[in-house]
Design a protein around this ligand. Structure first.
Ligand SMILES: C[S@@+](CC[C@H](N)C(=O)[O-])C[C@H]1O[C@@H](n2cnc3c(N)ncnc32)[C@H](O)[C@@H]1O
Length: 303
């Protein structure tokens, strides 16, 4: 909020509505003449917000859209006058606490009976079940390596192929048993041995890295001069994409260093405000352990 600094009358986009915490904090500051557009792929997030923000929706201070944020330019065209610009755009990536706790979604290790779904969007045509039971061994290895940086990717994929020849792998519990055969918990580590495999599956099901790559350039087109883009990511793969994008967009020339003269004519459009990524304090982690891997980066649009 310090970086966003909303004041009455301003307009913001919350690309990841979730439980609505960010949208609410902004709405509280922008008074009756300000506006928030809040987007989420998850129908439940939208339906909850309809109940929690009745007045703000009636007063047209909050506009809710169920969609993938990778379609941001289209969403704006459909909901705002041409040329509308925003004071700030926020992303709080990944999954919400409600999704993690929802026993029917398969995101949590605790819900062993849950089906292997892991889609943010209820209408998704892909699920963790399809990936686990239908994808080739090579494709599984690639997903576990690329999206989980899991060093036992090959062995886990091989165990999955063996197990699914016997019977389909349908639940979180069945998948955990297979992963536990290969990856053992280290000492008193609080990190669950299946963390990286679950992260990889979730990223693959929701195409999370591609969505982020697609939305970042669209977001810049929507900011006023001096407007902020604020991104909280939860793993190094996302953070790397954000860091690289900010770096490129804050440089006037992005030609290869071996190029004798600039040929790209690229102009810097961002000023990075967080030269070092911001991490939660120990105090914040103790009150909210889920924040432990959060990484915040902020940049300001310069026209
Ligand atoms: C970490 S939660 C956001 C929590 C929120 N800031 C709050 O205050 O409660 C992330 C949300 O983003 C949504 N989401 C993730 N990727 C998305 C995408 N590509 N398009 C739209 N929503 C997405 C998820 O469904 C989830 O509800």
């Amino acid at each position: 909020m310090e970086y966003l600094n909303p004041v009455p009358g301003q307009k913001f986009i919350d690309c990841t509505l979730g439980g609505g915490g960010y949208s609410k904090a902004i709405l509280d500051k922008i008074s009756d003449n300000g506006k928030v557009l809040a987007i989420d792929m998850d129908n439940l997030a939208i339906e909850n917000a309809k109940l929690n923000f009745k007045t703000e929706i009636e007063n047209k201070r909050l506009i809710l859209v169920q969609d993938n944020f990778k379609n941001l330019s289209e969403i704006i065209k459909e909901n705002f006058d041409a040329g509308t610009k925003f004071n700030g755009i926020v992303f709080d990536l990944g999954l919400s606490s409600a999704q993690l706790q929802d026993r029917s979604r398969g995101f949590s290790f605790q819900s062993v009976e849950a089906p292997l779904n892991m889609a943010f969007n209820q209408d998704a045509t892909i699920s963790a079940n399809i990936i686990i039971n239908k994808y080739s061994e090579d494709k599984l290895i690639k997903i576990f390596k690329d999206y989980g940086e899991e060093k036992n990717a090959r062995q886990v994929a091989s165990e999955i192929i063996k197990a699914r020849k016997e019977s389909p792998i349908e639940t979180v519990g069945q998948l955990l048993l297979i992963i536990n055969k290969v990856i053992k918990r280290h000492g008193a580590s609080k990190i669950h041995p299946a963390t990286k495999i679950f992260q990889a599956l979730r990223i693959a099901v929701n195409d999370e890295l591609e969505n982020l790559k697609q939305v970042l350039p669209q977001a810049l087109e929507l900011l006023i001069d001096g407007g902020s883009i604020i991104i909280v990511s939860f793993h190094s793969l996302e953070d790397r994409i954000v860091k690289q994008f900010f770096k490129n967009e804050s440089r006037d020339c992005i030609c290869s260093p071996i190029c004798p003269a600039c040929r790209c004519n690229h102009k810097a459009r961002l000023k990075i405000l967080t030269s070092k990524v911001i991490k939660p304090t120990d105090e914040e982690i103790s009150t909210n352990p889920r924040a432990r891997s959060a990484r915040l980066r902020v940049a300001q649009f310069r026209n």
